[in-house]
Design a protein around this ligand. Structure first.
Ligand SMILES: [Zn+2]
Length: 352
């Protein structure tokens, strides 16, 4: 999961002028010229969930979902731009090869959303596109809440969000969409940064006050082990680890961070009866991942570990801090083409 942000003002200005700057750049083919210089050997895309269609319902973080139509556009864009869709293992081989081969791309999906089985899996089969899903095992086992769903549920039904956290009380107005967006962002930021015990206490109080069972939301929104096993058996979808409870690993004592990595891998290996080789850092940003964390992923024996930001993959990239290109919300094929180009100024993700 990533927390949401807002689009850059240049986007709004360009939209007001009729043609978005992204569309202009791609119509002129500027992204292709830049990509020849800065596009690296390939790219790993970071996605989360799928939704049936565009919805008018308020979402706490719209960047966490795309439609099937958007996914199809991603795959078609990648293929028309000469990218071969490959597994992470093939990507690692091509990254380490002495000479660059054809460009490649990996599709990755974080957290383990149920729509990955219901909507994504049939579409991947239809498109013959491989993908990797990074699973937070505690979400599947009902041992840890994907608590942002609970915050979203409260805000969907109440005009204010009252929350006590670490002996402080917060009251967020959520009467308008703008206020609701801000309340979601602020509450999630506070909860993410809180100590695990303080966060658990705050969440438990929210469940009582608002009469919402966060785990029942997860049971509806996250996959089951049966779904995961079926997808893994297909050979089209590979599974990676994404910790047990989805913490910011940099905030944890090293021994706990190690357990988050190894126990999530063990749980997946037991359920799938196969080796789990790849890992994604929860949140995946600089406040959550430093060099000590990436060294730990290497020491735990993962073949690769991915961040939640960055651009294309360059030869010699550290395999335990691989960049990814985020895609979500209202992002378009033009956004993707510009991010694939590797142009630094254009790479700032829409959701960070
Ligand atoms: Zn995540």
């Amino acid at each position: 999961m990533k927390t949401s942000g807002s689009r850059k003002s240049t986007d709004r200005q360009a939209a007001a002028s009729g043609m978005g700057w992204r569309s202009m750049i791609t119509a002129l083919g500027v992204d292709r010229w830049v990509r020849r210089l800065c596009g690296g050997r390939g790219a790993i895309l970071m996605l989360h969930g799928l939704k049936e269609s565009e919805t008018a319902d308020w979402q706490g973080n719209p960047g966490l979902t795309i439609t099937g139509r958007q996914l199809t556009a991603i795959v078609e864009t990648l293929r028309s731009e000469g990218y071969e869709l490959v597994s992470l293992d093939v990507a690692l081989e091509r990254l380490a090869a002495p000479r660059a081969g054809p460009r490649f791309a990996c599709l990755t999906f974080d957290d383990g959303y149920r729509d990955n089985y219901q909507l994504l899996y049939p579409l991947l089969r239809q498109l013959a596109a491989p993908a990797t899903i990074y699973v937070t095992t505690g979400f599947i086992d009902g041992e840890a809440p994907a608590w942002w769903h609970g915050i979203e549920a409260v805000l969907q039904h109440h005009p204010t969000l009252d929350m006590s956290l670490a002996d402080r009380h917060y009251s967020f107005s959520a009467a308008t969409t703008t206020e609701r967006d801000a309340a979601f962002q602020q509450a999630c930021d506070l909860l993410r940064k809180a100590a695990p015990a303080a966060r658990a206490k705050a969440l438990s109080q929210l469940e009582q006050i608002y009469q919402i069972d966060f785990r029942s939301i997860d049971r509806e929104r996250m996959m089951t082990w049966d779904m995961i096993r079926e997808m893994a058996a297909s050979g089209l979808v590979e599974f990676g680890a994404h910790t047990v409870t989805h913490p910011a690993l940099r905030d944890l004592p090293q021994a706990e961070a190690r357990l988050e990595m190894t126990q999530s891998r063990q749980r997946l290996e037991t359920q799938l009866e196969r080796a789990i080789r790849h890992f994604a850092y929860p949140y995946g940003d600089a406040p959550a991942v430093d060099q000590a964390v990436t060294t730990l992923a290497r020491d735990c024996g993962f073949a690769s570990a991915v961040l939640a930001y960055g651009g294309p993959l360059r030869a010699g990239a550290g395999v335990h801090a691989l960049p990814r290109i985020p895609f979500g919300g209202s992002d378009t094929a033009e956004d993707l083409r510009i991010r694939l180009s590797g142009a630094r100024a254009a790479l700032a993700p829409a959701y960070e």
